[in-house]
Ligand binder design. Sequence first.
Ligand SMILES: N[C@@H](CCC(=O)N[C@@H](CS)C(=O)NCC(=O)O)C(=O)O
Length: 214
Amino acid sequence: MKLVIGNKNYSSWSLRAWLLLEYYQQNFEEQRIVLFADDMREHMENLCPNYKVPVLLDKGLKVWDSLAICEYVNEQYLENKAWPKDIQKRAHARSISAEMHSSFMSLRHDLPMNCRRTPSALSLSENTLIDIQRMIDIWLNCLIQNKSEGGFLFGEFSIADAMFMPAVSRFNSYCIEVPEQVKTYMQLMLNLPAYKKWQMAAHAEVEVIEEEEV
Ligand SMILES: N[C@@H](CCC(=O)N[C@@H](CS)C(=O)NCC(=O)O)C(=O)O
């Protein structure tokens, strides 16, 4: 398997698919494309059907879009263990993953993922505050329902956690105030060896890519 990703510091969509593969210790190569470089589209030619990352290449197949990649890996290599077993929890996990995928535009715009950022607060727009509150509600609801079972949104780690990893990273980078239970969840996620590995690599990119910190 090969996963085509963007800059580790900024590519929140790449992080989701990469984290799932790493968490479950899958064997894969990675190929990094420098986002927004002048020759980005040239490097994406023949690799990325929609000129975006991530893309997974496996068995002659191209799978693009972070959620589609997570679904494929789950079915092909993980015997479906990356979604909750229980059908009601699975439906809930899919709902919040789809919501993460298609919403939170203001939060994404105002608080871009930046793993290298020294955490500090920004002043937040009303729409971003609404997005933040919705995300906290999603997390709290899951954590309360599954509280005795392992600390992740549905107890065990799942695709839902991979989908929200970039948001956890953003909340940390911009010092977003959260309730205690969410703080504990964020610490669990930020301390995942897979996330730490990603973050170290994001720091190592500094010498290669000259970009302004956001
Ligand atoms: N919905 C897609 C979004 C992919 C996406 O927008 N990727 C960004 C990098 S994080 C990208 O490739 N941007 C390049 C561009 O828009 O030209 C997914 O989940 O994979």
